[in-house]
Design a protein around this ligand. Structure first.
Ligand SMILES: *Cc1c(COP(=O)(O)O)cnc(C)c1O
Length: 369
């Protein structure tokens, strides 16, 4: 059993995948070019927004968005304590100061009430993350942003095609960022990223900034963050399958829910993922909460069931943020979650028999306790 089986996805796309790669070799359009332009159009359409600017990876997409919104020295940007470090390190890269807010206990997403408490006269914006594929509480965050004149970025690296109140994520904030890292819900065969926005000014700035301030124009100094033609061609090939793969993830998550309920574990020893009202959760990860997490993880590992922990500590408690002086008491929900979360194998090609094995093995562990 594998935690994520990327080869199953690629096997499904043969021989088209090989033909696509050969076509890119023949066309030799390796950086940007027609495949990249086509992907930008395709992803804007899929995300239901007017503008998509591609770039080298999901981390750059956040950095470019922050620069487009003017983040810089003297500013504070509030983000979640529970995410991959790209979300916060890009804030520091602009010269702004990261301010970490706590999470909601049920969704693991940023808690709008704690965001409110952390606003100061220096606060310029908020980065929300749709963690594990579940949309953050964008309604509350948008209201806070509006009331305080803040901008809002949606880090959507784990949430391709997720929806909230039947609107696509990425349409609530000023800009939304995506990663197409191989293991993401839509993945390339290397690094790739993009931002989407409804704001023409952000699209224009981002397009120029990501490419040295515009080829031969250099209206500013920028960075070099480009999508490969090869990655774009692979993403164009995969995109028509994304809806089906997303439904397959959701079906497998529902299946886990049912198996945990039938085993009498759901709501007892195992807290299954909450579905927040109005959200379409696209299950980049299926994350349960348990006491004795480390013992359970070891037991599963010894039984041949791979698991993950996303993530092992709240961001502000890693050494990189010692200088900010956070303690677990500042972010109690995120601190407790980090002790109890466990990500189970999940991908669109996961067999039901494997899911039965996972749940049975967890049931065995708790029976012996
Ligand atoms: C993967 C990820 C990123 C970064 O994407 P890369 O393409 O790896 O740079 C940013 N934020 C979150 C929440 C992610 O999961």
């Amino acid at each position: 059993m594998q935690f994520v089986d990327l080869y199953a996805q690629h096997r499904e796309l043969e021989p088209a995948l090989g033909e696509t790669i050969n076509r890119v070799i023949r066309d030799s359009s390796f950086i940007r070019g027609p495949e990249v332009e086509l992907f930008e159009q395709n992803w804007a359409k899929a995300a239901q927004v007017p503008y998509c600017i591609s770039c080298a990876n999901g981390t750059d997409a956040i950095y470019i968005s922050l620069r487009a919104l003017g983040a810089g020295p003297g500013d504070e940007v509030i983000t979640t304590s529970h995410s991959w470090i790209s979300t916060s390190e890009t804030i520091t890269q602009t010269g702004a100061r990261v301010v970490f807010a706590d999470t909601e206990t049920d969704s693991f997403n940023i808690d709008p009430e704690d965001v409110k408490r952390r606003i100061t006269p220096k606060t310029k914006g908020i980065i929300a993350v749709h963690l594990y594929g579940q949309p953050a509480n964008m309604k509350a965050l948008s209201e806070i942003a509006k009331a305080h004149g803040l901008w809002l970025i949606e880090d959507s690296a784990q949430a391709h095609l997720a929806r909230l109140d039947d609107c696509p994520i990425g349409t609530f904030g000023d800009v939304a960022t995506f990663s197409f890292y191989p293991g993401k819900n839509l993945g390339a065969m290397g690094d790739a990223g993009a931002l989407v926005t409804t704001r023409e000014d952000i699209a224009e700035f981002a397009a120029a900034f990501a490419r040295h301030g515009g080829k031969d124009l250099h209206v500013m100094e920028g960075i070099c963050s480009r999508m490969d033609g090869l990655q774009a061609a692979i993403l164009n090939l995969k995109l028509p399958h994304l809806e089906r793969w997303t439904q397959a993830r959701i079906a497998r998550a529902d299946n886990y829910d049912r198996l945990f309920t039938e085993a009498g574990l759901a709501g007892g020893e195992v807290q299954i993922p909450a579905r927040m009202p109005g959200t379409l959760h696209v299950f980049h990860l299926y994350v349960i909460r348990v006491k004795k997490r480390n013992e359970l993880r070891q037991y599963l590992n010894d039984s041949g069931v791979p698991t993950g922990i996303h993530y092992k500590r709240p961001l502000p408690l890693y050494p990189a943020y010692d200088y900010l002086g956070y303690t677990p008491a500042d972010i109690p929900n995120a601190s407790q979650a980090a002790q109890e979360i466990l990500s189970l194998p999940l991908h669109p090609h996961l067999d039901e028999t494997d899911q039965v094995t996972v749940v049975q093995t967890i049931a065995e562990f708790f029976k012996d306790q």
